[in-house]
Design a protein around this ligand. Sequence first.
Ligand SMILES: [Zn+2]
Ligand SMILES: [Zn+2]
Length: 150
Amino acid sequence: MVELEDIVKRRDYKLKPYFFKSCKKCPSNYLTLMRHNNTIGQWCPDCRSIFDISRVCTFCNLVYDFDDMECIECEKIITEIAAFEVCIEDNEKALRRLSRKHKRGDIPETIFLNQKQICQEEIIKCKEELEKVKAIRRIEQLLESPTQKQ
Ligand SMILES: [Zn+2]
Ligand SMILES: [Zn+2]
């Protein structure tokens, strides 16, 4: 079971606010922050224009609103990574519990071997899937990183 905190601690991106350095409608290069449409905008005191502030994902460069905190695209793959890692952790815990029960003689040998095999197969399956997803993420990062510096 993947909890929100499992996802949050694996986030490898940020949505960084993109501020304008100068007014887009007049020559002024002094903009202040102000509340606007229930969010924060940049305001030019000279021509009284208000500009919405966007956020840009540091990983995939997708553009979001100022109030957004999560990148939908990145979140999908991080949720998958979290799910596989949690699956591995859960099955490793289950294996340790199983071994303790077996040592105490609480479960018959056949059930012990059967359950142990199920857990081990699950761990192998999750590790394989995890590697695939992580490889995709690494390739994406290599492809995306040159444009991030612009
Ligand atoms: Zn202006
Ligand atoms: Zn992203």
